[in-house]
Design a protein. Structure first.
Length: 168
């Protein structure tokens, strides 16, 4: 098992995106902090995954596809666009992956590649939010379109019409 942290948008949305992928075993939803000047907590997830099924590059591509990854906005302190690493060697791996994707897509991606420094879970009632509330207006407005986009661009990586994490 490996893990990687992602922040960028609402953690309910980010959680649902990664829960819909084959090879993802667990998604911890809450807030992540890094080191100064990014030492305040912002909405994020920690994704635990099986690298033989889904790799860092695919996870990072999906992260860049499913949040506002090319623009700054006034809500960035709450929704920091970031990829969090857990080992020093991952920093250069993640930096290289984002650079390669930027070159291919001809886009200037803004996520910071940051060391993971702390995590706190959201309230229990908000964990697995989409799985518990797929018919709520928020889910229909913000999460459904992201999941449809994933199924269109990554059909072999998504769990079809599933609200559960892959159990393989």
């Amino acid at each position: 098992m490996k893990k990687i942290g992602f922040g960028g948008g609402c953690h309910w949305c980010t959680e649902a995106v990664f829960q819909s992928l084959k090879g993802v075993r667990q998604v911890d939803q809450g807030w992540i902090k890094s080191v100064a000047p990014y030492d305040s907590f912002s909405e994020a997830v920690v994704v635990h995954f099986r690298p033989e099924i889904i790799d860092y590059k695919t996870l990072i591509e999906i992260h860049l596809l499913t949040h506002s990854s090319t623009s700054e906005h006034r809500m960035r302190p709450k929704y920091r666009s970031a990829i969090y690493f857990f080992t020093e060697s991952e920093q250069s791996i993640f930096t290289d992956i984002v650079f390669q994707i930027s070159q291919v897509n001809q886009k200037n991606y803004i996520p910071r590649i940051l060391p993971f420094a702390g995590f706190k879970f959201n309230k229990e009632s908000y964990l697995s939010y989409y799985q518990k509330n797929p018919e709520k207006a928020f889910c229909k407005t913000y999460i459904h379109p992201k999941l449809k986009k994933l199924q269109r661009f990554y059909p072999d990586k998504t769990i079809p019409d599933s609200k559960t994490i892959d159990q393989d």
